[in-house]
Write a protein that binds this ligand. Structure first.
Ligand SMILES: Nc1ncnc2c1ncn2[C@@H]1O[C@H](COP(=O)(O)OP(=O)(O)OP(=O)(O)O)[C@@H](O)[C@H]1O
Ligand code: SF4
Ligand SMILES: [Mg+2]
Length: 358
């Protein structure tokens, strides 16, 4: 499989609290991340709020430069690109934003919004050809071409996200990065937008890197998954494998927040207690140790390195073998679910209750 995007020991550290006289500290938003995204796959990044998902996405797109390490796109280090090469990179790497309400300029019509990237990345098109292409892109994302002269406020949230997707597709990118693409949408339209993105990836052979809180969405969409905790990737592997056999204690705790029915009612639950530690003062050794039920002395002393534990699956945990041998517990009282997962959970509960009744 061809690797299209790769992160090599990637880090983004923000200086915090320093002044002329006193050295501040640094916040490691992304720290030592290694990843390989294959051409044509959907690669998901998950983890709690503040663990560095959006920072990683911005680094992968060269919307910011790393403090350490490299991002390689199609074999070239993107930090070293200049001028026309950066413009070519912008054409190949596009972003879908979380909020379809604030990401579209309200004073521009849909035709203008989608024509803008066409003008930049495909300057040879005539005005007529551009308009035709806008219509084609709108139809591709399930909107009526005849609505292209309307303004964003005339569309629903789901339709606006479709406009955002059409805009991202206008440059005919190779990779699209979507940061929480459905979390701002009504639960009722989330699945439609998720399915649309899946179809577009299949039809166009697109590589999609998707960030989402909702593990049910991730499970539905992605081929492979990376789980992040406090700036580091702690587990990565094929989505089916990671969901079937989560090996890192943090991944297992995240999985515990998924409805029982998705795993089978025989499983029980592992709680994820407390808040993540401040990224300004991460714990020594393994940064998950303050919340980990499996932590021992070595966890405070040594940072675990990524180990290959199954084909294509890596875990950074000193005790992954012991952890894997303990059966995972998932309870019906999981908290912290997204509205989408909450709705699905209610549905599963009803289905289970009906199943149980004579
Ligand atoms: N410009 C900045 N200066 C200092 N710290 C920052 C900056 N941008 C982000 N951070 C910090 O870096 C860490 C990672 O932030 P990031 O936005 O990447 O997290 P996230 O996983 O995307 O969170 P969420 O799920 O809430 O979107 C957080 O602790 C955040 O406060
Ligand atoms: S290394 Fe130790 S603290 Fe970290 S996840 Fe594994 S068992 Fe828990
Ligand atoms: Mg984010």
């Amino acid at each position: 499989m061809t690797v299209i995007v790769e992160a090599q020991d990637l880090g983004k550290h923000y200086p915090v609290g320093g002044n002329l006289l006193q050295k501040g500290t640094s916040l490691k938003a992304v720290d030592g991340v290694n990843l390989k995204v294959h051409a044509g796959e959907t690669f998901a990044i998950v983890g709690e709020s503040g663990c560095g998902k959006s920072t990683l996405a911005r680094l992968l797109m060269r919307l910011m430069l790393p403090t350490s390490g490299e991002v390689i796109f199609e074999g070239r280090a993107i930090a070293k690109l200049k001028g026309a090469e950066v413009r070519a990179l912008r054409k190949d790497l596009q972003f879908i934003f979380q909020d379809p309400f604030s990401s579209l300029n309200p004073r521009m019509t849909v035709a203008q919004l989608i024509a803008e990237p066409l003008e930049i990345h495909r300057p040879n098109l005539t005005a007529g050809e551009r308009r035709k292409e806008v219509g084609r892109l709108l139809a591709e994302v399930g909107l009526r071409p005849s609505h292209m002269d309307r303004y964003p406020h005339e569309f629903s949230g789901g339709q606006r996200q479709r406009i955002g997707i059409a805009r991202a597709l206008a440059s005919d990118p190779k990779v699209v990065i979507a940061d929480e693409p459905v979390s701002a949408l009504d639960v009722s339209v989330q699945a439609q937008v998720v399915n649309l993105m899946g179809d577009l990836c299949d039809q166009r052979g697109l590589t999609l890197i998707v960030i989402a809180h909702d593990l049910a969405v991730i499970r539905h969409m992605s081929d492979r998954i990376a789980v992040m905790y406090l700036g580091r990737v702690v587990e990565t592997g094929p989505t089916d494998e990671v969901f079937a056999n989560p090996r890192h204690p943090y991944t297992r705790a995240l999985m515990s927040a998924i409805p029982v029915a998705e795993f089978g009612a025989t499983q029980s639950r592992q709680h994820l207690s407390g808040e993540p530690p401040s990224p300004l003062a991460p714990p020594s050794g393994c940064s998950f140790r303050t919340r980990c039920p499996f932590a021992t002395e070595i966890c405070a002393q040594m940072q675990p390195v990524n180990e290959t534990v199954a084909p294509g699956t890596e875990v950074a945990c000193h005790h992954w073998r012991d952890v894997s041998s303990v059966s995972l517990t998932i309870a019906a009282s999981a908290t912290g679910r997204s509205p989408g997962a909450e709705a699905r959970f209610a549905m599963y509960r009803t289905a289970l209750a009906n199943q149980d009744s004579p």
